[in-house]
Design a protein around this ligand. Structure first.
Ligand SMILES: O=P(O)(O)O[C@@H]1[C@@H](OP(=O)(O)O)[C@H](OP(=O)(O)O)[C@H](O)[C@H](OP(=O)(O)O)[C@H]1OP(=O)(O)O
Ligand SMILES: Nc1ncnc2c1ncn2[C@@H]1O[C@H](COP(=O)(O)OP(=O)(O)OP(=O)(O)O)[C@@H](O)[C@H]1O
Length: 583
């Protein structure tokens, strides 16, 4: 834009330029006007967010009901007037993205719309992106500090780009609006389950226990939990009534970070609760039931939750073409180089065998459009064994980063045939030309969503093989990214199948870490509103309106492959340590 024009616009004299203007000047002005309108709209949206969070007129105290929860990466606050939540990315001190999280947030949003929706359909509702002000983040962070669990306070909310999602702890207005005529205002109860891994590939069948059950040993060993849970994801994903009941009982007994119950958006049962409180909680929930014993309450709870997990709520096309098998790999890719030390594996296997307990890996039928069916199907995406995925990771990590891997994935999933978007030779040329450019130039230069899908910019390795910009990897703030000297070679070309294996492994990881939220509101059977049939569940002479959503479907950083390798070794060490004492 010409400097004079810029000055005039920033002086607010746009009309004058329009009168004199050239056509290109007018285009600039239209763009600036649109940008200004968008900014004003964003500022209003942000103010509305803050007004719902802070106590009126006091920007230092938040309303108690707004803190919803947090995980490792994000903190979530409820927006009570809108039935929405706002999700803030957390960062370690000094590790926030320099662009306020803009590039990452935009790519995550695009990943969700283009890739995730094709797997999980309408169980996921894409968010709205809002840009807050850094000074408000500091105020917010201070004001909510006391509401946060001690163990999560190491990270803070700093980045100004935030996302606003539907609040799945409540029913959507389209279901509840019709209730108003019946003056029905019963509380909404919500059950959150983080089911974890309910499917494993044949190539990963090493142990008689599943990843979740094995991870319990390392959590015990590190003191995160006091006793191992009896919950097994394979039982939940089996679809079999008895096995599901067993798994739900396991979750209630030891909720850990896998089960939470909310009443009107407030947490009433989680890992900090006493299981003895359950009787009171369920009694309050099923107050209209003619039953009164804990056993009977549990029966209703299990039926209700199982029905919500197994029922088909939405029918949207699934991305079946993503499941085409990978080419067979050559025998040299199966060598021992990147396998976990066999001695440790054998020892753990033997101890697990002696412990005389195994997970039931038999997977039952799930309806394809049920929430469990959708999640399990995504976990089934083809990839080579975890050993080989780790090997591919080490081989290419100097060339591929989160930005390049997800840009290519988004392009692949946008294409009708699900083809890899780029010829491998083309990628090579790009790597070569990128390397000859100034190593300090940004690998992740595009924050424009349309650009980020159309250009693949491989990362430019720095001196030690480290990435030249932080933002090329989404979760750079929480991973040790100092690559060993031996890791990665630059002059090698990834094959289509290797790239697909990496991408599918990451997608499956997202599906192994997402959460399901089920909201229930009891209604009189006499006044069942005119809503779609799947949203009404009738059990034990009670009727409920139900809604189911999936959350936390963020793209996983490519470096989680390395993290998983460490986790798996740690798990086996913990298994041997604990079982040596037990068996
Ligand atoms: O590796 P896992 O299976 O222990 O899963 C991690 C979760 O641990 P969990 O076992 O569910 O307590 C972990 O959850 P917590 O922090 O333990 O609540 C995160 O969800 C982590 O994802 P990310 O690194 O934040 O993207 C999860 O890491 P990813 O596996 O998704 O990379
Ligand atoms: N759309 C939503 N509606 C209702 N509650 C939500 C929503 N999104 C998140 N929450 C609540 O906030 C909590 C933390 O959110 P989220 O799972 O996104 O955090 P995270 O840091 O990404 O988790 P993880 O540690 O699994 O990576 C959830 O467990 C859930 O209770």
């Amino acid at each position: 834009m010409p400097v004079d024009l810029f000055r005039l616009i920033s002086d607010g004299k746009t009309r004058m330029v329009l009168n004199e203007g050239s056509s290109s000047g007018e285009t600039w002005i239209r763009e600036i006007d649109a940008a200004e309108r968008a900014k004003q709209k964003n500022d209003r949206a942000w103010k509305f967010v803050l007004d719902q969070i802070f106590i009126a007129g006091d920007r230092r105290s938040v309303k108690e009901c707004v803190y919803r929860g947090e995980g490792n990466a994000n903190l979530v606050l409820a927006l009570p007037c809108e039935r929405k939540v706002v999700r803030f990315r957390k960062s370690l001190p000094g590790k926030a993205d320099p662009d306020g999280g803009e590039a990452r947030t935009r790519q995550e949003n695009q990943f969700l719309r283009v890739v995730i929706l094709r797997f999980l359909g309408e169980y996921v509702q894409p968010p709205e992106i809002i840009r807050g002000r850094p000074e408000d983040m500091a105020l917010l962070s201070e004001a909510i500090r006391s509401l946060r669990p001690e163990s999560r306070r190491g990270k803070d909310i700093v980045e100004e780009y935030v996302t606003k999602y539907v609040d799945y702890a409540f029913l959507p207005a389209k279901l509840t609006d019709s209730l108003q005529q019946y003056h029905c205002s019963r509380p909404t109860f919500c059950v959150e389950i983080k089911p974890k891994q309910g499917f494993r590939h044949e190539s990963d069948e090493q142990f008689q226990r599943c990843t979740y059950c094995l991870t319990q040993y390392s959590k015990m060993n590190s003191g995160v939990i006091k006793s191992r849970s009896t919950y097994c994801p394979f039982d939940l994903f089996s679809g079999d009534a008895e096995r599901m009941k067993k798994s739900i009982h396991g979750l209630l007994k030891s909720p850990q970070n896998n089960l939470r119950i909310f009443k009107n958006g407030n947490i009433i049962y989680d890992c900090n609760s006493n299981p003895d409180d359950l009787e009171y909680i369920l009694g309050e929930w099923f107050v209209a039931s003619r039953y009164r014993s804990m056993e009977q309450y549990l029966k209703i709870f299990v039926r209700l939750v199982s029905t919500a997990l197994l029922r088909e709520f939405h029918h949207t096309p699934m991305n079946e073409s993503a499941y085409c098998p990978l080419a067979r790999i050559s025998s040299q890719d199966c060598d021992n180089e990147t396998r976990i030390e066999q001695e440790l594996v054998v020892k753990a296997k033997k101890l697990l065998y002696l412990s005389d307990y195994e997970c039931n890996f038999i997977g039952g039928d799930l309806l394809p459009d049920s929430v469990l069916g959708r999640i399990r199907r995504m976990q089934q995406l083809p990839y080579y064994s975890t050993d080989i995925v780790y090997k591919i990771y080490l081989k290419y990590i100097r060339i591929w980063n989160d930005n390049s891997i997800y840009s290519s994935m988004i392009r692949m999933h946008s294409s009708k045939k699900n083809e890899l978007p780029i010829r491998i030779e083309e990628l090579c040329e790009r790597c070569e030309s990128a390397r000859t450019k100034d190593a300090s130039s940004a690998a992740y230069s595009s924050v424009n969503p349309s650009e980020s899908t159309n250009t693949l910019k491989p990362k430019i390795p720095g001196k030690n093989g480290n990435n030249s910009t932080a933002s090329a990897d989404f979760r750079s703030n929480k991973l040790d990214r100092n690559l060993d000297e031996t890791e990665g070679e630059i002059n090698i070309v990834i094959t289509n199948d290797e790239l697909r294996a990496l991408q599918n492994y990451l997608l499956a990881t997202t599906a192994k870490d997402c959460s399901i939220l089920m909201a229930f509101q009891e209604i009189d059977s006499a006044c069942i509103p005119n809503v779609a049939e799947p949203n009404v569940v009738e059990t034990d002479q009670l009727s409920f309106l139900v809604n189911v959503g999936i959350l936390d479907v963020d793209p996983k950083s490519i470096h989680c492959i390395k993290k998983h390798r460490k986790r798996d070794i740690n798990v086996l060490v913990s298994v041997t340590k604990i079982l040596e004492k037990e068996v």
